[in-house]
Design a protein around this ligand. Sequence first.
Ligand code: SF4
Length: 470
Amino acid sequence: MPIVPDTPIARHGPLHLYAHTIGCQMNEYDTQRAQHILGAQGYTPTTDIRQADVIFLNTCSVRAKAEQKVHSFLGRLRRLKKDNPRLIIIVAGCVAQQLGPDLLRRFEHLDLVLGTRAIPSIGSLLQRVVSRSERLAHLPESEEEGWESLLCKGELTIPGVVAPVTIMQGCDNFCSYCIVPHVRGRERSRRSGAILHEIDLLTRHGVKEVLLLGQNVNSYGKGLEEGLTFTELLRRIHDRTSVLRIRFTTSHPKDLTESLMGAFAELPRLCRWIHLPFQSGSDRILRQMNRSYTAARYMSLIDRLRSLRPDMGLSADVMVGFPGETEEDFRQTMQLIAAIRFDNLFSFSYSDRPGTSASQLPDKIPADVKARRLQELQKLQMDIVLDKNRAEIGGQREVLVEGFSKQSDGNQLTGRTEQNRIVNFQGPVDLVGQLVTVRIHNAFQHSLLGERTGHDDCRWNEAGQPRTQS
Ligand code: SF4
């Protein structure tokens, strides 16, 4: 089946695509891919949903709240479809994978349901929906090909300085609370050649930083004939492509090997930042979650990372209210947060997900207790973040300039440090895509404010060649 139809969809006037993502970074990536593919078919992105010819909703079922949002969003679209019967509504992602044709039955105004591996086919499927007035659910068993060939043929343009690259999908860990292995399937790694090729194409499109994505990136390579580990993949990307910065997410503590930690000290293009979910500070809860490590082991990994790179940026996921979580368990989680002092923390309340073993556990925590614990935890974390951001004042940071700050009136640039902190500063547009040195003079909860030093002491030149040794 051709990925992109030979002829544009026969409709009059400019076509508009409204895309909305609920959920994780993997979903963000799939939404971007869908936007690029439909962009090649003439669909211009719009932020005005009433202007849309196609509405693309990418969904997440990892948390009950995200799934509820999908249902209410779809419910609200009923009226729009009534006002504009030519409107096409597409649902993709985990909820689409989980419910499949059921979604078409539940929402009669929905046109296309795409499983988690079907994004590369969105163009041809949309054409079928438009030209034949079909309603379809497409849930392929394996990842559909075609993304790189579109890049190769120059049929896609990649806007932006930072691009995500999927290196593996699925997960074998079966954490007791998590639905991902049930909807995304078992781990499947992409061949290194395809990954390097994609990064090479992206850099030719002007991309300066890649974010390697997968549910469990540091177990990359399982089942691949080439017998490559994740650290070896990082080395290949580092040595064989000209991308200026490499990041990856998400990592599992049990797969954080000594060689991977060593890579942060050895590979200058690898950003000093890791997202390493810990979920709980209580060993009893960690066992019930099937996380395969203890709180002490997690802390020793952080100590090791910091001994290798004292400037390491750290973020994590944590959950409150897992079934049976006592005040003492929660206190241990708070102690771990206070001891490690993360730069960023994504915190959630536990919710039952269908088919998971935790959903069968007794001793569910009442909603008000979960809400109180979450609030306490978030207050602690906000204080830590502000404190750490303020400690940046007076220092200089290398910043990759990504574009204009959303809050500014068009003359404030925004970028990130290696540690993933957002830095805003005044500067001309031609700095976008460059590494510059910024002196920090103010700090807020979510960003830093600074000024360019004028002496860009950055380690790489435009062509990605080293300027100075790190
Ligand atoms: S590691 Fe655990 S939480 Fe993460 S995707 Fe796999 S099963 Fe889910």
